[in-house]
Design a protein around this ligand. Structure first.
Ligand code: HEC
Length: 194
């Protein structure tokens, strides 16, 4: 009886260890997270600098295509060079391609529920996707004053801009935001199979 108990409890112990090991596997290393943090920062930094210079040099109407075209180009370029998929997602999206999937939706909700989002706020997890082991990384995108002309209440959006938006994005949900609000997130997927 005693031996049986010992065997049983060692089995339980082994089961316990392998479970916690599994959980530990789910956490990406600091180095992996740092790489994706840099990629997200580069992506948003490039996007914003093109947007701001286009607005200053060619006006807000021309800049409308920047937020879309530049994002697409950067997504392509960075995806190829760094071997990862990078995009922006939002629950109140403008482009239907930027609808969050279930994972992104739940992380956006996590961000939304935080008392404060700061520069360090991010989320990273190792998970399975389409038969691959992947790291999924997300970083919040916060509304700033310069975004209001295209994402704020209609009274802040110039008529000419509104016209283009209506034409290109008939299902636009990305208006009515105010400065400081969570606008969405950068979402990165990196395959880590050997
Ligand atoms: C000149 C107009 C303009 C300005 C200014 C602008 N955006 Fe956008 N934004 C757009 C357009 C157009 C899209 C749709 C892009 C596409 O087709 O992928 C968009 C898409 C986005 C998306 C992707 C999610 C979605 O709704 O489809 C995010 C996130 C976003 N903008 C954040 C911002 C932030 C943050 C700022 C301020 C730093 C900003 N935008 C400033 C026009 C603008």
């Amino acid at each position: 009886m005693k031996t049986l108990l010992i065997i049983l409890s060692s089995l339980l112990f082994v089961a316990f260890i392998s479970c916690s090991d599994k959980d530990a596997d789910k956490k990406p290393t600091d180095k992996q997270v740092a790489e994706l943090r840099t990629a997200a920062g580069d992506f948003m930094g490039k996007l914003k600098s093109v947007l701001v210079s286009e607005m200053q040099n060619n006006g807000v109407v021309k800049a409308v295509s920047v937020c879309s075209d530049t994002a697409l180009i950067l997504t392509e370029q960075m995806g190829k060079s760094k071997n990862l998929s990078i995009k922006r997602v939002s629950k109140k999206n403008r482009n239907p391609k930027n609808v969050p999937d279930a994972f992104e939706q739940s992380v956006l909700e996590k961000f939304q529920s935080l008392k404060m989002i700061d520069k360090k706020t991010e989320y990273a997890e190792i998970t399975r996707l389409n038969g691959n082991d992947v790291i999924r990384y997300m970083k919040p995108i916060i509304m700033q004053d310069e975004c209001i002309t295209c994402h704020g209440d209609n009274e802040y959006i110039p008529d000419a801009v509104s016209e283009i938006l209506n034409e290109r994005y008939p299902n636009d949900k990305a208006r009515g935001y105010s400065s400081g609000e969570l606008r969405g997130a950068v979402s990165i997927i990196k395959v880590i199979n050997n």
